[in-house]
Design a protein around this ligand. Sequence first.
Ligand SMILES: Nc1ncnc2c1ncn2[C@@H]1O[C@H](COP(=O)(O)OP(=O)(O)OP(=O)(O)O)[C@@H](O)[C@H]1O
Ligand SMILES: [Mg+2]
Length: 510
Amino acid sequence: MLAVVESCSTKGVEGFLVQVEVDVSPGLPGFYICGLPDTAVKESKDRVRAAIKNSGFDFPMQRITVNLAPADIKKVGSQFDLPIAIGILAATEQISMENLKNKFFVGELSLKGELRKAHGILPMAQSISNLYQNSVFVVPPENSFEASLADNVTVIAPETLNDLVSFLNNKKDISPVKTDIESLFSKNAMVYPDFSEVKGQETAKRALEIAAAGGHHVLMVGSPGSGKTMLAKRLPGIFPPMHAEEAFEITKIYSVAGLIDPETPLITQRPFRAPHHTASSSSIIGGGQIPRPGEISLATYGILFMDELPEFRRDVIEALRQPLEEKKITISRASATITFPANFTLVAAMNPCPCGFFLDEDNDCMCTPFQIQRYMNKVSGPIMDRIDIHIEVPKLKYKDIKNDKTGETSEKIRKRVTAARNIQRKRYKDLDIKCNGELEGKMVYQFCKTTSEANKLLEKIFDKLKISMRAHNKILKVARTIADLENKSNIDVEHIAEAVQLRFLDRANY
Ligand SMILES: Nc1ncnc2c1ncn2[C@@H]1O[C@H](COP(=O)(O)OP(=O)(O)OP(=O)(O)O)[C@@H](O)[C@H]1O
Ligand SMILES: [Mg+2]
């Protein structure tokens, strides 16, 4: 007999429906799976056989053929165990086929018949809710809260195959799982370290406020122990709160990567990802035989912190070009070409030279000019072109350390940043961008209007400092953000002057 069970899978961060067709017919006993299964799906056979037997049901000694449709898309992971088991039980009339209507099944099975968690549940639940009204989505208990984030889907999360079969045969009731999304936003309150703990470093703090307000990428250059890492870790705390649509989009990426906490399924805090410089290109960019999201995708709507930037592998730095420009990354493998979002703010830190003390007042630097140049060249070019703000983080003065005055709290700075971001959201509401950092090409001139005095200053700087056209545009973008922080519609002299101060490497005499 033939049974058809509805299931789901993911491609990139989107879900798609899969029909699991199970045919059980007389013949030599055998179990075959077709429809481009990967190794984990092929291994399903052994788990499903054991789970069915150990749950007290009959496993047919006949020829079983399973087809996963559409047959031309690669099927990945162990989550087809459950629909295959249900298909076999339905095809052998141990479950009524009538009761499978409008139900979708996803989950791995243990040999005892317990349901184990799967990856990518939120995108799957959303694809079901987009296509069908009032469907039932059967998932493992660990995925239940995540699945219930989608509208219009009733989520059932049985512990075991046995419970599920009793439910499907109307012998047992399982109550649907519900999540209060509002409460998730209030529960996961911000827990970032606070800016008030940073002594001195007023210029650096101001630069980070501007970076957060306009979504600009930042590079901090300074000697060891000057506080670069400390400052970067406090940056997510001054970013504006996440909007619901951003929270869902980032949760989808974490869901596909299998990084969702079952208790707090919705990611409501901006991610802060700080990969180590020895990390491989596939862990940072994304990849693997079956492409998975990398650090740049996991940092979407948050911060990617690359500490000790020149120490990262050259191929990793080069590979950042596309995501920095297009806010997404496309990974091509023999099995599939997949696009993941990668819309992050890059914060990088580095020393000014291999020993780290080149910029110190009591310059103890022993590096040769050639060594310094080689060190800086590791990051110049592809990535420097895309960074709007570069600042020096100098060593603290003793009077700053002894100063007991506490600085501004992150909360206070965050209010100003949020106000500036709201102005930008309004300004760019008809465009595909959200903040000044994303302005490109002729949009820069359209939206960065200067007063005549500001124009004169910019002209002087352009001629005197011999800056490039690209640097000129970056100064305009950053000045736009500084003007937004003051709620001014036009860019004035002081905004341009401050923006130029935030282009340290254009001025530094390397
Ligand atoms: N401005 C500051 N206010 C308070 N503490 C500071 C400040 N700067 C540095 N520190 C202290 O010094 C420690 C080292 O700072 P941090 O790790 O941020 O330096 P770094 O610039 O990243 O150095 P490296 O180049 O070696 O990575 C911090 O953990 C912090 O305790
Ligand atoms: Mg550091």
